[in-house]
Design a protein. Structure first.
Length: 532
């Protein structure tokens, strides 16, 4: 019968436990001072705010995403053109999907749970954003009633779309537009017009294209359109409106510009080789190099015939023999030979490639040496003739000096104006010192903040410990000092203590006798009860 009651009591144990905890916390709070209460409440409030912020951050998706939680909004497509955003929102309205526009209508957000469903639905309906517009799929939609003029326009639009997609696949390009002008063919020469094209590029933030890439786009477009020459292709930056190519240059100008670029590349490579070598030998900023290279861009074909008169070659040989026998003056024998010789020759056909170096002019200035005197001042000292000759030989070997070409090399020792360099060196040293001082200040502030935090934790821990272990009240303040005065034990108490000590001694020495005595006492007690 007691077990159910115990179960009932056990069921209410949890509530009793929490009630005791609340009572203890309330008593602890009442024992704290005002300062301790303020610190404790601030810490609890900061902790709660942090937890709420973390929950909200996790609910919103975190990391800058739009709506990562259940039922939140996620970006479907971003950085859309207006016409693409209009086409996509139209498809979303038809499908009954909820959406939201951001970034001035360039970003489309949808419910996170329906994100992939919407993307698949747009893919089926053809509402996906198309990089570069329509392509070859436009030609596949041609109906039987399409006229020849419409077919030509569809071909042009499809070609523009395919070129836009190809150019937009480049890493530096964010979007591309291609405009083609393809005139109708004419049988009259005076009415023939050249095809033209314009490529408008929008680059990725912080990205740009090299001249080689722009030239590649130019040749891509010109090779894709019949009758389109590279000089009739214009590439324009969509943001700045600046042309990346010159639309008015002719073929000769383009070739001249290309030759100039080749010459500059040759000069830069030679300067880099010489400066790298001199930096290793003399040190950084101890030399300056200027090279002017004259290149030969003429493609020459030579045919060389060499004749060898000392070693003739037999071309033909004729011999005639005549024998007479029984002649009046006796037997006669005549022999005549004719040999034709021809001088040997060697024919060579030499093709000289364009871009070969015709002449080099190299100018090198070398900074001298500096000696520090007893007074601490630096004195400039020119380099010796032997050192200058060694440096000149190194420069000649680096650029491939050829006296037969008429190359000229000048190596001069002179004092460089290092005032700006010294000021820059002092500025860098000062900035480094300031940066080091700022780092020390930050470390000191971090150390002070850490110590202050530890002291705060220590203060809070001391306050909590003090509240949980209150000091024993002084009895004098309560007027109870007379109640705990020590009293002398009475005679009966002393005798009882002596008896207990003897019993303990006998129990340890002779436990059997003690057991017999206790048994006798029990028997006597039972007999006395029976008599009563």
């Amino acid at each position: 019968m007691n077990e159910p009651n115990e179960e009932i009591k056990g069921g209410g144990g949890t509530a009793e436990f929490f009630r005791q905890v609340i009572v203890q916390l309330s008593a602890l709070w009442q024992k704290l001072s005002f300062q301790q209460k303020l610190i404790t409440a601030s810490l609890v409030g900061i902790t709660l705010v942090g937890l709420v912020g973390l929950l909200f951050f996790a609910h919103s998706g975190g990391g800058g995403k739009s709506g990562g939680g259940s039922g939140g909004m996620r970006v479907l497509y971003s950085e859309l053109r207006v016409e693409e955003a209009a086409r996509i929102t139209e498809q979303l309205n038809k499908g009954g999907y909820k959406f939201k526009l951001e970034n001035d209508g360039h970003n489309v957000l949808v419910n996170q749970k329906q994100l992939y469903e919407i993307r698949m639905a747009l893919a089926r309906e053809g509402g996906l954003p198309k990089q570069g517009g329509l392509g070859n799929e436009l030609i596949l939609k041609t109906s039987l009633g399409t006229t020849e003029s419409q077919q030509e326009q569809q071909k042009r639009i499809a070609l523009e779309g395919e070129l836009q997609r190809t150019i937009a696949d480049m890493d530096e390009v964010k979007s591309a537009r291609v405009h083609l002008v393809t005139p109708k063919p004419s049988v009259f020469i005076e009415e023939k017009r050249d095809a033209k094209a314009t490529v408008v590029l929008r680059f990725m933030p912080g990205r740009d294209m090299t001249k080689e890439q722009i030239r590649g786009i130019t040749f891509l477009v010109s090779s894709s359109v019949e009758g389109l020459k590279p000089q009739h292709v214009s590439v324009i930056d969509a943001v700045t409106g600046e042309p990346k190519t010159n639309p008015f240059q002719d073929e000769r100008t383009a070739i001249s510009s290309q030759n100039k670029e080749i010459q500059q590349n040759v000069e830069r490579n030679l300067v880099r080789k010489v400066k790298s070598m001199l930096s290793d030998v003399l040190g950084y900023s101890k030399s300056t190099v200027t090279i002017d290279a004259t290149l030969d861009f003429d493609q020459v074909e030579k045919t060389i015939e060499t004749f060898d008169a000392e070693n003739p070659v037999t071309r033909s040989e004729e011999r005639e023999e005549e024998n007479k026998k029984n002649a009046p003056d006796g037997d006669q024998q005549k022999e005549r030979s004719l040999t034709n010789y021809e001088i040997s020759k060697v024919v060579q056909r030499v093709v000289q490639e364009m871009g070969s170096i015709r002449r080099l002019t190299v100018s090198v200035a070398i900074d001298g040496k500096y000696e520090t005197g007893a007074d601490g001042k630096r004195t400039f000292v020119e380099r010796s003739t032997a050192d200058m000759q060694k440096i000149e030989d190194l420069v000649k070997n680096s650029v491939g000096y050829d006296l037969a070409r008429g190359d000229q090399i000048t190596v001069t020792s002179m004092q460089f104006d290092n005032e700006l360099l010294d000021e820059e060196r002092l500025r860098l040293a000062r900035e480094e010192k300031e940066a080091r001082l700022a780092l020390y200040i930050k470390l000191a502030l971090a150390l002070v903040a850490g110590i202050a935090f530890l002291l705060l934790i220590r203060s809070i821990a001391g306050a909590v410990t003090e509240a949980m272990n209150p000091p024993v009240p002084v009895l004098e303040q309560l007027g109870l000092e007379d109640l705990i005065e020590e009293e002398e034990p009475s005679e009966a108490d002393r005798k009882a203590s002596e008896i207990l000590a003897k019993v303990e001694l006998l129990t340890s020495q002779a436990p059997v006798n003690i057991a017999a005595i206790i048994k006798q006492w029990l028997v006597e007690d039972v007999s006395e009860k029976n008599k009563k």
